[in-house]
Design a protein around this ligand. Structure first.
Ligand code: HEC
Length: 147
């Protein structure tokens, strides 16, 4: 990975976080519970769990992860072409069987470098205070691995 491509990834991320700021601020639910929204957007098989914000995680995935990992989590998002190594394809069953939920959470929060992977995988320190969204992202990553 050259300095230049790290710079262009940084530029992409800059654009992403701007987009994330303008788009991914959902109105606070009046009831204080995310249960209704979660139930409305989840697959019927998955149990609604108010402690996991799947709805916000989905929005966040689109804004913050899909540009690299792809909408379907195949590691083929528009920004992935310039990257080496390529973003993880979540459909990789061997990887799914080895990685723990804790590994995934750590990767998401602290970035690839924190788990001995590429620093191209960015950290999201703002999620440290939103464990319900991180859990939702883990759900999404695991769901991709089942299809
Ligand atoms: C700038 C592009 C980029 C963005 C944005 C990005 N990732 Fe990644 N991600 C990567 C790359 C590249 C790797 C592969 C790192 C490696 O194999 O060394 C990776 C790896 C991963 C892994 C697998 C780590 C492992 O154990 O192998 C997970 C899980 C992951 N990303 C989740 C996410 C989530 C969730 C988001 C959004 C919050 C996200 N990524 C945003 C580029 C990105």
């Amino acid at each position: 990975m050259s300095r230049q491509s790290i710079a262009s990834v940084a530029a992409i991320l800059g654009i992403l976080s701007l987009a994330a700021c303008s788009k991914s601020q959902p109105p606070a639910p009046a009831s204080g519970s995310a249960g209704d929204t979660v139930a409305a957007t989840q697959a019927p098989a998955a149990a609604a769990n108010a402690a996991v914000d799947d709805a916000q995680a989905k929005e966040m995935f689109k804004a913050r992860c899909a540009p690299c990992h792809g909408e379907q989590g195949r590691g083929d998002g528009p920004a992935s072409a310039a990257l080496n190594p390529k973003p993880r394809n979540y459909h990789d069953k061997t990887w799914q069987s080895k990685v723990t939920d804790d590994d995934i959470k750590k990767t998401i929060t602290y970035g690839g470098a924190a788990v001995g992977k590429s620093p191209i995988m960015p950290s999201s320190p703002d999620l440290e205070s939103k464990p319900e969204v991180i859990d939702g992202l883990v759900h999404l990553v695991r769901a991709f691995g089942k299809s």
